[in-house]
Each structure stands twice: as C-alpha cells, then as structure tokens.
Design a binder for this molecule. Sequence first.
Ligand code: SF4
Length: 86
Amino acid sequence: MEETPRFTTRRRMLQAGSLAAAASLGAASQARAQDKIAPEMVMYQTTPKDGNKCSACQHFQPPNACALVSGTISPNGWCGVFAPKA
Ligand code: SF4
C-alpha cells in the first residue's frame, strides 16, 4: 500500500529530528573516534545523493574519514548530516 504524502512528510520530519540529534551528539564527541556516529545511524551510503557527496562536506577528512561518522568514508559517499563546505 502506498503512503500518503502527509505521512511521508511527517516521517521525514521525524527523521530530520533524529538526524539533528545525532549530529549534535557527534559534534560534541568528535574528538575520539570511538564516539563517532555509526554510519547506519545517519543513513550513510557509498554513493552521492542529489549531487551532494562527502568530498564536498565540511566534515570530510581526506582521504577516507569523517569527523562525525565512524569507519571508512568514501569521498563519493553521503549521509544525512551532510553539510556543504562554506
Ligand atoms: S556527508 Fe559529511 S558528515 Fe556525512 S559521512 Fe560524508 S563527510 Fe561525514
């Protein structure tokens, strides 16, 4: 059964709230690698989304790490706390 647009919007709002909370948690604890956010918590994927990718994110740490998300991060990846470089 298809979701109604209203439900989809509400679900997206809830997801956005969860991502914001996860981002705050990650920002507060980014000094230690074990305190980073797990990739699955921020919907990390190894491919770009809507033209955005890790190499263009202010949290990306070349060649393959992230200040907020744990594990190996692809320059072509993306996650829900993507923040474009200024
Ligand atoms: S989009 Fe940004 S915050 Fe997310 S994994 Fe990539 S570099 Fe890290």
